[in-house]
Design a protein around this ligand. Structure first.
Ligand code: ADP
Length: 175
């Protein structure tokens, strides 16, 4: 059965989330980087995660691939690569939307029922936060999935407020 997941927004550190899968905002080389990627590598166990990522090869923007979660509370990590913001005229929206859709599809392949997402591409990659929050909520609502719970994990208050606004606009109460 596929349907629509319950979506909630929280403020927190995604590495501590007790969900089936956490999504990583990775880079194309899946080589580990800064921001949430580095936090996930540290918390999961950098050596093991690095080796698992190396075995996956590269990942194109908008695509998603999975590894085990190793030392994380989450059983799996879904690595997705956001678009680098270049002003909005270079397919950035389509690729960011694809990150959310493909991550849910990979979650379905894994059998994950709860998935936590960071604000993909809104750090070093420079995607405007408000647009990114809107794309996240709209894409998650438009993607049929067996995932029952999606938790949008904001690392800062501004991002949390944007998620809550988008959830309210979609007729869903934030948490
Ligand atoms: P990108 O390269 O895709 O922009 P970043 O890691 O630079 O990825 O940033 C993506 C988002 O993740 C930013 O909003 C950043 O504040 C947030 N972030 C950084 N560390 C964490 C963390 N431990 N948990 C959740 N979100 C985080």
């Amino acid at each position: 059965m596929t349907g629509q997941p319950r979506i909630e927004a929280v403020r927190g550190d995604i590495t501590t989330e007790h969900v089936d899968a956490v999504v990583n905002a990775a880079n194309e080389g899946l080589a580990g980087g800064g921001g949430v990627d580095s936090a996930i590598h540290r918390a999961a166990g950098a050596e093991e995660l690095h080796a698992a990522c190396a075995a996956l090869g590269r990942c194109k923007p908008g695509e998603a691939k999975s590894t085990p979660g190793f030392k994380l509370p989450a059983r799996w990590i879904i690595h997705t690569v956001g678009p680098v913001w270049s002003g909005g005229g270079f397919g950035e929206e389509m690729r960011l939307s694809s990150c959310y859709r493909r991550s849910l599809e990979v979650a379905d392949e894994l059998g994950a029922r709860s998935v936590a997402f960071p604000a993909i591409a809104t750090g070093v990659y420079g995607y405007p936060r408000e647009d990114a929050a809107r794309i996240a909520v709209r894409t998650l609502l438009a993607t049929p999935t067996a995932v029952e719970l999606v938790r949008l994990v904001a690392f800062d208050d501004e991002t949390l407020a944007l998620y809550e606004k988008e959830l309210a606009a979609a007729g869903l109460a934030g948490s």
